[in-house]
Design a protein around this ligand. Structure first.
Ligand code: HEM
Length: 150
């Protein structure tokens, strides 16, 4: 039930994410909000969260087979850079775009939700506050359009 709530929350956060944060002052437009990046423990914390997320993924019968023959060290490194980038950290994601890297894998909504659940578990384990977790999830949610094929 909690998982269903999380998934619904994820998509509703995405739907609401465009409002409320505009700045009208020139100096504010250049300010970068690093609160979430810091709450994740900066780059080292993000790396740990991605590592722990993979431990959960590789035990989850719904999705572990997707990662049975992949270069998981490479994927973890890309995810770390991607999350760091999304959280306004000093990183640049240089991996393959989401559509190209997932095309043909036949990823369904249930797989996507399972991966988000693994991320949630890892963020909880690493004491990232719920509000800060949502700062990352709101950036990831729109990617479902490029990742889910079924
Ligand atoms: C928001 C959700 C997701 C994000 C942000 C994400 C991100 C990424 C990234 C950054 C890569 C590496 C891209 C590169 O090659 O440079 C990757 C690859 C991959 N992802 Fe995802 N992913 C997501 C969801 C999923 C889901 C739900 C699955 C399956 C359950 C999945 C399975 C894979 C696999 C198998 C690869 C390796 C593909 C290959 O080696 O050819 N991903 N993903």
């Amino acid at each position: 039930m909690r998982n269903l709530f999380l998934v619904l929350a994820l998509f509703s956060i995405a739907a609401c994410s465009t409002g409320g944060s505009q700045s009208t002052q020139a100096d504010q437009s250049t300010q970068v909000d690093l609160a979430a990046y810091k709450a994740f423990g900066e780059k080292a914390g993000i790396k740990k969260i991605v590592d722990d997320m993979f431990v959960v993924i590789l035990k989850d019968p719904r999705i572990k087979t997707f990662f049975a023959e992949t270069d998981n060290e490479y994927i973890k490194q890309q995810l770390t850079d991607q999350f760091c980038d999304q959280l306004n950290g000093p990183c640049e994601y240089t991996g393959v775009d989401m559509k190209s890297s997932h095309v043909g894998l036949n990823i369904g909504r249930q797989h996507f939700n399972a991966l988000v659940e693994a991320l949630r578990i890892s963020m909880d384990q690493n004491n990232v506050p719920f509000r800060m977790q949502n700062q990352l999830l709101v950036k990831l949610a729109p990617m479902h359009k490029d990742i889910i094929e079924e």
